[in-house]
Write a protein that binds this ligand. Structure first.
Ligand code: PLP
Length: 400
């Protein structure tokens, strides 16, 4: 008999993949130019030229073991030192190489954190809207996800709802800013307020409530907005970072986990993280990818394409009468469904080969998510179709 839990998870439909597969089929039927696939978040900003140069260089200058060999489970020591120097310089910190664990992207950083922190029946709070894999990641650690809805108009944290959700079983909370799927960024004021609440509740329940900050979009920001460095406000913070978006290289599977180094519990946290990585089978993050990020420590992908796409889509859709949350970061736009049944709105879009994801799995069922990390001319050509969609719902009409 196989694991019931894994069979259930394996059977669960991942609706974004279904839409992506549908898009592939439609492209075969009607031609690629006529299908507008906003479903999947595959970064399309060009991979910086420095990544290619780094690959050439490491191929020709490194020994076999430096490039292709095993490293420590947490990563090559010299790679970790380079990253820690960069992090300390950027955020004015004093992390050491004992506080960083290189991982196969943010996904592995998150599962390792869950496995390290959770005991059976511990609860982890997820702030909606959220990345749909969080509940599975929590399940991986044996915990129970508790979803807290946002302020429905702004998609920012509803602090009253959050206060009510925190209880003695709460072990951690996941924060994702810039956010997938809303593009919302939490201000310094929001992070301070969150930190105060977590401090108060940790005191009340007599144990630490950890903050897990999932930061794959840290540098994908618009309008000169900044992202606070959360450990400055709440020292019990784990940071899960990824190069999937910041260097446009998700296929290399590389990121890191940064531990809450200023806490008293840090020695046992390091031990539990090593144990968690071991039981999950993460012997090390891919060696060549570690070497690439070492060479590209100061490099980030050019996000001007995302900014232009955001402006095109947001400005035009709102002009047509759609109600949208303005993204301050990441590359997703949440659009409110103009009809009660969001799945019906998704089906209606298919009439024009406009393909987008229903918000259900993201914890915002009244919205759909459009990924705008796609070619700009696709967005331009989709606009007349969005106008037809808007007309079908009489969105341009002013009600008297
Ligand atoms: N967290 C969020 C919010 C994401 O959007 C993604 C990927 O899209 C991940 C984590 C996983 O990223 P990675 O490719 O680094 O595993």
């Amino acid at each position: 008999m196989l694991s019931e839990e894994m069979l259930t998870l394996g059977k669960k439909r991942f609706i974004i993949r279904d839409i992506f597969a549908y898009a592939q089929e439609r492209m075969k039927e009607v031609g690629e130019d006529h299908v507008f696939d906003f479903s999947i978040g595959n970064p399309n900003a060009p991979v910086p030229k420095e990544v290619g140069e780094a690959i050439e260089e490491i191929l020709h200058t490194m020994t076999d073991s430096q490039l292709h060999g095993y490293s420590n489970a947490s990563g090559f020591e010299d790679v970790k030192q380079t990253l820690i120097d960069h992090i300390n310089g950027t955020f004015d910190q004093t992390y050491t190489t004992n506080d960083i664990f290189l991982t196969c992207g943010a996904a592995a950083a998150l599962t390792i954190t869950m496995r390290a922190l959770l005991n059976p029946a511990d609860e982890v709070i997820i702030l909606a809207p959220f990345y749909p894999e969080y509940p599975s990641f929590i399940q991986c650690g044996g915990g129970i996800p508790v979803i807290v809805p946002p302020n429905p108009d702004t998609m920012q944290i509803d602090f009253e709802a959050l206060k009510k959700a925190i209880c003695e079983k709460t072990k951690a909370i996941i924060v994702n800013s810039p956010n997938n799927p809303s593009g919302v960024v939490y201000s310094e004021e929001t992070i301070s307020k969150l930190a105060s609440l977590l401090k108060e509740k940790s005191l009340q329940y007599g144990h630490t409530i950890y903050l897990i900050s999932d930061e794959p979009y840290r540098e994908i920001l618009y309008d000169n907005i900044t992202v606070p460095f959360i450990p400055d406000y709440y020292k019990e913070t784990f940071i899960c970072y990824s190069y999937s978006k910041s260097l446009s290289m998700p296929g290399h599977r590389i990121g890191y986990l940064l531990l809450p180094y200023k806490t008293e519990q840090i020695p046992s946290i390091r031990t539990a993280v090593s144990g968690a990585a071991r039981i999950l089978g993460f012997v090390q993050a891919p060696g060549p990818a570690q070497r690439i990020i070492q060479k590209c420590v100061n490099v980030r992908t050019n996000i001007s394409l995302y900014r232009e796409n955001r402006d095109l889509l947001y400005n035009n859709l709102t002009k047509m009468g759609f109600s949208c949350i303005k993204p301050q970061g990441a590359f997703y736009l949440l659009v409110k469904s103009p009809e009660k049944d969001t799945f019906q709105f998704v089906e209606h879009g298919k009439k024009y080969d406009l393909l987008y994801a229903p918000g259900e799995d993201f914890g915002c069922p009244e919205y759909v998510r459009l990924s705008f990390c796609i070619a700009q001319d696709k967005i331009i050509h989709s606009l007349p179709l969005f106008q037809q969609l808007a007309d079908d719902y009489n969105l341009g009409e002013v009600s008297l």
